[in-house]
Design a protein. Sequence first.
Length: 160
Amino acid sequence: MESADPQGAPLPNRRAFDLLRKIELTIAAAAVVLLVLVSLAIIILRMTTSTAWSVTAVDLLSQYPSHLMLVAALVGGSLALSRGETLKIEVLNGLMSRGNRVRVARAVGVIGSLFFIGFLALIVRYLMIDYRPIVAFVYLPLMLLIGVKLAVYGFTQKAD
């Protein structure tokens, strides 16, 4: 028997998605913990010392918080997507008629898909111009994971 997600759409392989959620949750938790620890280390180093070693350490560590934040945001978005949760403004959503909500949802889906494809194209172009391992082995796989989830949930979603 196939299981269903919170929106009622059947999931092709429930165990695989459950394992993927656990992995994503672990990655998100690790990214947030590392973000806090690296930020704290930078603050402590800046406040307590001004030696050449500490300046070098701060310079080295300063590049990681933005990457960790982006990883946490991408994985968090992927988790929200797999739970059927989306970001919406309920006040505006409640003021619209059902027909308008459907049209807005479709427009947002099209615009979001175009943005997603454009972002993937920029990642690939960036890799062709200036190869960076963090882009190749972290950001691109996370974006592809979100793309696969969008496709799976988009094609398995039942119409209301």
